[in-house]
Ligand binder design. Structure first.
Ligand SMILES: Cc1cc2nc3c(=O)[nH]c(=O)nc-3n(C[C@H](O)[C@H](O)[C@H](O)COP(=O)(O)OP(=O)(O)OC[C@H]3O[C@@H](n4cnc5c(N)ncnc54)[C@H](O)[C@@H]3O)c2cc1C
Length: 257
């Protein structure tokens, strides 16, 4: 059902009741694919939602002369900015910043002027682009905290199970991969080849084997960014040592699926 918000999911007597504003549904299995932060996290009492996260993301579509084969990543104090081309000759510019930057500068415009544009490459992009949105898209409270892949018997997929730091650029592939893993197990459950307890345990185990380390590595790498000295050292190390660069990619990108 499109444009319909799920307001609650309850498990009782081996069945789920899914509430929406339109009507309620019954289901044997529920896959939670509601992204990194949803009202449902609150309704379900998930632990991570009670902790504040210090990150905000700000995004624009711009017209500029960005090369087609380049994904640029620019550093600034307590944040980083990714730039890559998208459809219709547009370029996506999206940055993640610690909320202290916003607090100190007071507005997005001042933050961009006083902090992002201290990086000359970003200054060039900001000064030589047409900004296509009336105002930026802002997402607050981006959390990279550990979540559980199964909660309240709901099998979580994609960002609802755990979000990799955007620096690793692999969130969409991980969301698709976890959907593949969970759907194979749900099919086994629906054919009565495994019990619910086995389904939940097998999914948790497989999710942890495939993704938990990648999320952990992403969090570690992200800590390097925003710190001028550490991030320059890390980028130089990756640039001049192919094995280091390959190792980072292997640790964050997993296998083909
Ligand atoms: C700043 C930033 C930059 C990123 N850059 C990249 C990148 O370069 N490459 C990359 O691969 N990934 C990137 N990602 C990550 C990527 O966007 C996510 O990992 C991916 O979208 C996860 O897919 P998903 O389906 O789990 O969640 P989402 O894409 O968030 O989809 C969840 C959907 O569920 C809906 N929903 C939520 N609650 C309810 C409800 N109660 N009822 C009904 N529907 C609901 C939402 O409206 C949404 O449509 C980035 C993320 C951020 C924040």
């Amino acid at each position: 059902m499109l444009n319909t918000e799920v307001t609650d999911v309850r498990f009782q007597g081996e069945k789920f009741t899914i509430s929406t504003q339109v009507k309620n549904f019954e289901a044997d299995v529920v896959i939670g694919a509601f992204g990194k932060r949803s009202k449902l996290d609150l309704t379900m009492g998930r632990r991570f939602i009670t902790k504040r996260s210090p990150y905000a993301a700000i995004k624009y579509h711009i017209r500029t002369d960005h090369p087609a084969n380049l994904i640029a990543l620019h550093n600034f104090r307590d944040g980083y900015c990714g730039i890559s081309n998208v459809e219709d000759g547009k370029t996506n510019l999206c940055y993640l910043t610690h909320r202290n930057n916003l607090r100190k500068t007071g507005s997005i415009a001042s933050l961009e002027k006083e902090i992002l544009q201290k990086n000359n490459l970003l200054k060039y992009v900001f000064s030589n682009s047409e900004f296509l949105f009336e105002k930026p898209e802002v997402i607050n409270e981006i959390s990279f905290a550990t979540k559980d892949p199964v909660e309240g018997h709901v099998l979580m997929a994609g960002d609802a199970a755990g979000m990799i730091t955007p620096l690793c650029g692999n969130g969409m592939a991980m969301a698709l991969h976890s959907s593949k893993v969970v759907s194979a197990l749900v099919i086994q459950y629906c054919r009565a080849e495994i019990t619910r307890t086995q389904l939940e345990k097998m999914y948790s185990d497989q999710w942890n084997v495939k993704f938990a380390n990648r999320l952990r590595t992403g969090r570690r790498i992200q800590k390097l960014f925003g710190n001028a000295l550490l991030s320059n050292a890390a980028v130089n190390l990756a640039l001049y040592s192919r094995p280091v660069a390959d190792l980072i990619v292997r640790q964050t990108h997993g296998e083909e699926f």
